[in-house]
Design a protein around this ligand. Structure first.
Ligand code: NAP
Length: 489
């Protein structure tokens, strides 16, 4: 459908979630002439992951000129990798400029979505109802904090919180701070806090490969140039995107590729060159392939962890006590603040919303063996419901904005089938979805993610639940739906 075209069959839409994908969906629906939509947002503020994650040091390790909407370049990014608060402000600005705010119902979570008589009946957690023709689920991936079951955690006498629930009322100056985890989040927190707190202790279950990164600030002159010549931003964006596709996405899907070996060599050299104490260096050295877990990118973590007030604890956690963390070697690590940088439950997607599809089919039952969707967008027997950044799509080190933009254009083509009156219901075909999922799982075997490590990429069967082909192939798939893969009624 071309921008500005008028829908032939009036359709009402619900967008669920006002994060990056939800804001994008609202803008693109308006542009396509679909004006009857509402955005349900459970929180009181938009922004999704950037609203929820406010921990010290938060930034996006995808370059900001790529981690922006293609239609809303931002000449004013302060750094190559902008801090989280700037990204949150960017989304708020975009939403305001495109009048998305007034379409958002804040503080309203959808409890149930049920497909009845060809439409979706929605019930909010406070008992309100709505009926829509199409749902766009923009509910995020890294969204549900993973709170580990650590013995005695409730007994801790200091402040304790998950990294995505940062309590800014807790003072940190001069305090003894413990951070459980070694993922991208923990690395950013430790790097940011080491000079502020009295002592910082990182509890490592598994070491991480860390790619080096410089984060230069853009000068005023550069920013002026971006403003005057937005085409420079477009060029930079294309170049970064191309580089990601050629060097990163092609590498990780082929564990034996020269590109993958290059990434590995860069990470190894980063460790060798940065960490001087051989004991600490060996503690930090992973015994699995680089990028098997989501690659951590940081230019300052190795320097932070070598500071005199930083400690890396590799003994396992036995329990939490009022005074701190006791490790299995019997030592008590005394702490005032304990941060759980322990990641997210990544198999939830739209849930805990109770989604009931055609003939009473529960999403929980359809996904009993794990989340499955055609190209991460559509689930058989859940007609006229489309996900952005749904299961098994490109995640990890990619720009999820780039991914979501490709997906929404594809979704609009599916919607066009209904709007144009070619059908009233459209959802991925069962056989086509099963074939897609089998091919995806087969392809995943040769990716670096399947080379033997524990990571959030892996599903319950240990199969990487992410796009296992090139990013170019993803682009091609998103260029136009193969309608024979869809069931249209
Ligand atoms: P994560 O990568 O899943 O890391 C969780 C960490 O917690 C791991 O080190 C894990 O250890 C540890 N852990 C979990 N349960 C534990 C337990 N019971 N005992 C001890 N350790 C435990 O989570 P994350 O760091 O929040 O990052 C999640 C994702 O968010 C990233 O991979 C990335 O995609 C995204 N992110 C992006 C950026 C960015 O700059 N773009 C920044 C932050 C996050 P194991 O490794 O042993 O499992």
């Amino acid at each position: 459908m071309t921008n500005g075209a008028v829908a032939q069959r009036p359709l009402r839409f619900a967008i669920i979630g006002a994060g990056m994908s939800g804001i994008l969906s609202a803008i693109k629906l308006s542009e396509a002439g679909f004006d009857d939509y509402i955005v349900y947002e459970k929180a009181e503020r938009l922004g999704g992951t950037w609203r929820e994650n406010t921990y010290p040091g938060i930034a996006c390790d995808v370059p900001s000129h790529l981690y922006s909407y293609s239609f809303e370049p931002n000449p004013e990014w302060s750094h190559r990798f902008a801090p989280g608060a700037e990204i949150q402000a960017y989304f708020e600005g975009v939403a305001q400029r495109h009048a998305v705010n007034e379409r958002i119902v804040f503080g309203t979570a959808i409890d149930q979505a049920e497909f009845v008589n060809g439409r979706w009946n929605l019930t909010t957690t406070d008992g309100r109802t709505d009926t829509v023709d199409v749902i766009i689920a923009a509910t995020g991936v890294l969204h549900h904090p993973n709170i580990p079951h650590l013995d005695g955690i409730e007994s801790f006498a200091g402040a304790s919180f998950h990294s995505a629930r940062w309590d800014h009322s807790v003072p940190l100056d001069g305090r003894r701070v413990g951070v459980i985890g070694t993922g991208s989040t923990a690395v950013q927190i430790v790097s940011a806090l080491v000079d502020q707190c009295g002592a910082i202790t990182m509890f490592q279950r598994t070491p991480q490969w860390i790619g080096p990164q410089e984060n230069p600030a853009f000068s005023e002159a550069q920013i002026e140039q971006f403003k005057e010549h937005p085409e420079i931003i477009t060029m930079m964006r294309d170049e970064i995107s191309r580089g990601f596709a050629d060097r990163f996405s092609n590498a990780v899907i082929n564990a034996d590729s020269p590109e993958m070996q290059l990434i590995e060599a860069v990470c190894k050299a980063h460790l060798e060159d940065s960490v001087h104490d051989p004991v600490l260096r060996e503690k930090l050295r992973p015994d699995y392939r680089a990028a098997c877990k989501r690659l951590v990118i940081s230019g300052d973590f190795y320097s932070a962890i070598q500071k005199p007030n930083a400690e890396l604890v590799t003994a396992g956690i036995q329990c939490i006590e009022p005074g701190g963390v006791r490790t299995v070697d019997g030592q008590l690590h005394e702490l005032d603040v304990l941060v759980l940088a322990t990641g997210f439950r990544v198999d939830r997607f739209m849930r805990p919303m109770n989604v009931v599809g055609r003939d009473g089919l529960l999403l929980d039952d359809a996904w009993a063996a794990g989340p499955v969707a055609m190209l991460s967008i559509s689930v058989p027997d859940f007609p006229n419901l489309f996900m952005l950044n749904g299961p098994n799509g490109p995640v990890g080190n990619f720009s999820l904005i780039e991914v979501a933009e490709l997906q929404i254009a594809y979704v609009l083509e599916l919607v066009e089938e209904i709007s144009a009156g070619h059908c009233t219901q459209i959802s991925a075909g069962r056989e086509a979805t099963a074939a897609f999922d089998a091919a995806r799982k087969e392809a995943a075997k040769t990716t670096v993610w399947a080379t033997g490590c524990r990571s959030w990429y892996l599903d319950a069967d240990g199969i990487p639940a992410t796009w296992p082909w090139t990013f170019d192939r993803f682009r091609q798939e998103m260029a136009a739906p193969k309608m024979d893969h869809y069931e249209r009624i």
